[in-house]
Design a protein around this ligand. Structure first.
Ligand SMILES: [Mg+2]
Length: 231
């Protein structure tokens, strides 16, 4: 059964589709880290093994500060994982859903990252999704600006797990954009700051909603002999 939040997500995608015109496809951008690439769970394992951090001390799922983890610990392991071409990082978007996104939408992966982790990402994407993959890399600094940088790419629909991106959705630049916020954080609904944001369970859920909106928008409009719409 469709939840209220899922209905909101579908409504957002349909509303973005209704503004398209001229046969333009829906422009979709999907974030990489912790949306498509399951990276934080591997960072966590390495930090446990290497430094003995106790993650049971953490409060929220992705707030590790109570365990003593600092940004530098995270970044060092993160860069190390991408330097080995992300071999330990699991993709969360299936190859089938990727292909369907490419055929039905104007699709790009989007990631805010520095040079240290970019080459490894290209190899990871090629390994999982092929040579033709399109990816937009935006400047990651300052950290709270990366959402704006992603919005500047002009996506009709952005799929992202970042609360910083969610916080930018009430900005003027986001006026004609919509966000499907992946529910990485327990309090994600509380991070839905603007009506152009809906919370989804994961990237496959976001893809299913986009495909459903596409299917509904392809339905021929039925008219009777007098030209009136049949509803
Ligand atoms: Mg992310």
């Amino acid at each position: 059964m469709q939840s209220v939040e899922e209905g909101h997500a579908l409504g957002l995608v349909l509303s973005q589709m209704s503004k398209l015109g001229d046969g333009r496809k829906l422009k979709v951008g999907i974030d990489i880290d912790d949306t498509v690439a399951d990276v934080s769970s591997v960072v966590k394992l390495v930090l446990e093994e290497r430094h003995g951090f106790d993650f049971t001390l953490s409060g929220r799922k992705f707030d590790w500060s109570a365990s003593g983890v600092r940004d530098k610990h995270f970044i060092d392991v993160y860069n190390e994982l991408w330097a080995e071409d992300g071999l330990r990082i699991r993709p969360m978007l299936s190859a089938g859903s990727y292909k369907e996104l490419v055929s039905k939408t104007d699709f790009t992966f989007v990631s805010a990252r520095s040079d240290e982790s970019t080459n490894g990402l290209y190899k990871w994407l090629e390994r999982h999704y092929g040579k033709e993959v399109k990816v937009a890399i935006v400047e990651p600094r300052p950290y709270d600006m990366h959402g704006m940088r992603k919005l500047e790419q002009g996506y009709d629909i952005l799929v992202d797990d970042s609360p910083h991106v969610a916080a930018t959705m009430s900005h003027e630049l986001a006026k004609n954009r919509a966000l499907l916020l992946v529910d990485k954080w327990e309090e994600a609904i509380g991070r839905r700051h603007a009506p152009n944001t809906a919370v989804v369970e994961n990237v496959e859920h976001a893809a299913r909603i986009i495909f459903e909106a596409h299917r509904l928008s392809q339905k021929p409009i039925e008219k009777d002999s007098t030209g009136f719409l049949i509803v």
